[in-house]
Design a protein around this ligand. Sequence first.
Ligand code: C5P
Length: 301
Amino acid sequence: MLSGTGARQPETVMSEIVELAPAKINLALHVTGQRPDGYHLLESIVTFADTGDRLTFSRSDEDRFTLSGRFSETLTEEAGSNLVIRARDRLRDLFHKAGVATTPVSIHLEKNLPIASGIGGGSADAAATLRGLQRLWQASPDADDLAHLALTLGADVPMCLEGVPALARGVGEELHPLSRFPSLPMVIGNPLRGVSTPEVFSKLGTKHNPPLGSLDDSDWMDTLSRLRNDLEGPARGLVPEIGEISGLIAAEGALLTRMSGSGATCFGIFASGSAAAHAAARLRALKPCWYFEATQTIAGS
Ligand code: C5P
């Protein structure tokens, strides 16, 4: 059921383990239905940026959690109140039930991504915690148990655990990797107004929108341009800055601009990395209190 010894390692091999928690970008997100439990059924194309939060894990005499980074003050360090601590505790429970010993751990989260922003910051942190602690504790749960645990932490955690471009269905947990998906030069922008995901879903006019349909993987830009984010309309109604930020990114020459997840982060795809970097610098100068980052998304493999 579990691989690895779970045995405590000698102090001499103790080291710090680093895991990146890349921003998740929903390039398209179609809401196609709703389950009896209220969760919405989605079809989404997701990819991951080369920018994100950074977590470090090391053995410790007791469990610790510390924070730094631009957005650390918007998070709380209280036990159970953030997804990193929940992920740590649930993975430890899984190991303990299987008789695998786990040491106390010190976790440091460098919070570089805005929170409640539609790019999976908390989910990416939870997924990075599951990866990092498996490395630290040198043990791995059964793949199905791990996938189930990830989903209990949030609908986006399984896709963040995989961390590859994918077509996601169900509530986001049915993943089909897109092995030939291209790397995209991008600017992501956020007006630093948090958005409540349940509230955005509740404002949907209809929960039964057309699915993604057939995907032509020979020309992704053309394919993406015909797709939508069904949550963008409701989110714009709640946070009018989404329209503004989308317009600003488009005005910098983006080939395609759209909102990610339940917002408010919008992305623009650019023709080159230098065009994206140039646009991000101009946007930061224009709106110094907002968040703009140039990034290159990862390619499928
Ligand atoms: O799973 P997660 O905790 O990230 O979801 C937050 C909230 O977003 C849920 O409680 C639900 O209201 C809404 N949601 C949804 N359908 C999804 C994902 C999230 O309705 N597929």
